[in-house]
Design a protein around this ligand. Sequence first.
Ligand code: EPZ
Length: 432
Amino acid sequence: MALFVVRGGRRLEGEHRVQGAKNSALPVLAAAAAVRGQCVIRNCPDLSDVKATLHILKHLGCKVAREGEIVTVDSTARSGCAIPRRLMREMRSSIVFLGPLLAALGCAELSAPGGCEIGLRPIDLHLEGLRALGVEIAEDGECLTCRVPAGGMRGARFSLSFPSVGATENLMIAACVAKGVTVINNAAREPEIVDLAAFLNACGAKIHGAGEGVILVEGVKGLHGAEHTVIPDRITAVTFLASAAVTGGEVLLRRAAPGHMDATLTMLEQTGCRLRRERGDTLHLKAPARLRQLSTVRTMPYPGFPTDAQAVFMSMAAVAEGTSIFSETIFENRFRHVAELTRMGAKIRVEGRVAVTEGAVRLHGAKVNACDLRAGAALVVAALCAEGTSVINQVHHIDRGCERFEENLRLLGANMIREGNNATDKNGQEGS
Ligand code: EPZ
């Protein structure tokens, strides 16, 4: 099992080029399976979740090639519509292949992704929406067998009871080739949804309103190949800002998307960090000697505060002045970093979905476990400002979403090395 050894106390400063967004690259690559022809996807991050997605595309008969940040997917020879359990278990967000398979082949056989470290992760909204489009779905235990009737999917009006990102993605992709118009009410508004819609429209789809609460899709006969550049990753961007913030440093982010980060940037400014947007895609942060108190952090669907940034902000709150209150409204088990931060000396109390963090603590190095991707990244941020050395185990979780994490942090001055070799966790199940 790979691990990170981090010696805290170094002030981070320098430039960081933000990676492509994991949560945009994954649905865009999956959607390439719905296209007849070749897609060229640029700014594709080098992550284990992306590798897992490319494995599935190859299993489906697509030709896949990678050159640096450019991934080419040719689905001309695409064949079966079944994804084996071993591939589904590599990454739970493989559920986003459901829409593309139905759009491309009119069938899909895959195992329900099941829960992961941060929650049960149900897919009821995905299935309700697909059934509204006329898809016949048989659920047999974990196995999902989906079939589009002979006449094809038909457009429908559908309201999501929760603005689920994954459900919005699956419905938007499937609706591209449904007969007639589909309206998705209470759709997710994340930038990754807008990016996926831009890719699909480049492939000939007719999607309107992505990024607003209501998405309208006019069905077309089929989708053709296209080129697309993935948006910057707003969560790893804020992770690097937090790394500079907790070490009293300063960082210049290049190829960032500050316009996607309002909620987190507002909170960073509250702690006394000085932020400057130099051009459309750069963002400079200068940290104060001491972080001021973070007010209440309540995770919400976009454009609210992103649940994926909650753990990293808790690491900041642990060393900032005053008491901070975190309310996790999206996932039921997303405080797994609390026990690990406590081992580093953080003072955090959890009651259900609320965590109260008493700040102004001098963290100390400890042996801790990365329980999931974002919790693991938060432990690294904490270790960077802790006194002494920390060992962070199970870093394969972090490799799912943070590209060359230790190299990029070392470039900013961090004293951090990777030891051991990578492997998935005991049951191979990854959230995402
Ligand atoms: C996406 O997950 C992201 N993953 C998550 O990032 C992110 O935290 C999440 O959106 C919320 O922003 C990818 O894009 C690959 P949801 P997703 O469907 O689509 C409930 C990371 O660390 N729900 O918006 O699975 C669900 O239980 C990952 O990068 C249902 O009840 O999130 C949860 O409480 C973690 N029924 C809430 O909605 C459904 O059918 C949000 O889930 C679907 C979801």
